[in-house]
Design a protein around this ligand. Sequence first.
Ligand SMILES: Nc1ncnc2c1ncn2[C@@H]1O[C@H](COP(=O)(O)OP(=O)(O)O)[C@@H](O)[C@H]1O
Ligand SMILES: [Mg+2]
Length: 285
Amino acid sequence: MPKAVQQVRIAIESNTGGSGKTTLSTHLAYALGKKGYRVVLIDLDQNGSLSLFSGKATTPEKRQSLAIVFEQDFKGDYPLLPIWNDHIDTVRLIQGSAPLEDVIRSLHLYERKYEVLRDRLEDYPLDADVVILDTPASLEPMGLIALAASTHILVPLKPEYKDSFGAAGMVNWFYQKIESLRLRPQPEILGFVPSRVNVAKFAAHRNLLGIDKQGKPRTDIDLNETIPYQLQQMGITCFPPIKESGFILSASGTGLPVHLYQPGDAIVRSFDPIVSRIIDILRGK
Ligand SMILES: Nc1ncnc2c1ncn2[C@@H]1O[C@H](COP(=O)(O)OP(=O)(O)O)[C@@H](O)[C@H]1O
Ligand SMILES: [Mg+2]
């Protein structure tokens, strides 16, 4: 068992649906669990795709979901469900799905509504090295609740022009909310992850990421306009892109990470740089 010097809690957030949040959550969970780290995945989304991608297809009852953690009389009995346990015994899931609808409706009853999960995890720490918080596209309220409970933030980003908020807008949103929620210590932005990238097919991906069809840096455009450059200017890491992959798409439907669904494929390795960074933090580097 590798030893972690601190618990890392990563909020996976972005303001667009389908940007690969749940995909990133499950794949990081598996890769870290495979290395022997104890991982808990928490689903703050009502749509249930994290359960589906983890091989748990049925909608949980309230007492088997995160909703129970929001109950006033919660005493630390987290509903932890082992996943992929034919392969590894280190990853557990707290399901979200439909029971979260009531939670969101009654959030106004809490004095510290955005800090409920943060407070629970402080009062009743999870026995885990890594906690991954998967969120819906609506940043409020669940994105804020995850942010308040996190030590780190990771942002998957589908490169598109339609998003006027942009990467810089996301970064500013985090900084503003970290201030207004007075989070101490402040969660750190681990980085952005361009996701579902297909540079062979989409000129927009080549332009926004500043890479050519072979994935090499472009020399024919002003790189100042690209997302990685803009992030770098703000001191934020942009991880190498996760390519669009039919294996990822199919794997999600079977409830397995591509590591298990198609172990030999190169797509498996595209998560490695993020996993390495997280392991460095776990080791105190
Ligand atoms: N790199 C990828 N290649 C192909 N399909 C992907 C990739 N990443 C995600 N998908 C698929 O796109 C859909 C949306 O991804 P998901 O992770 O659920 O996004 P989000 O959680 O941000 O809404 C899912 O069907 C998923 O399987
Ligand atoms: Mg999702």
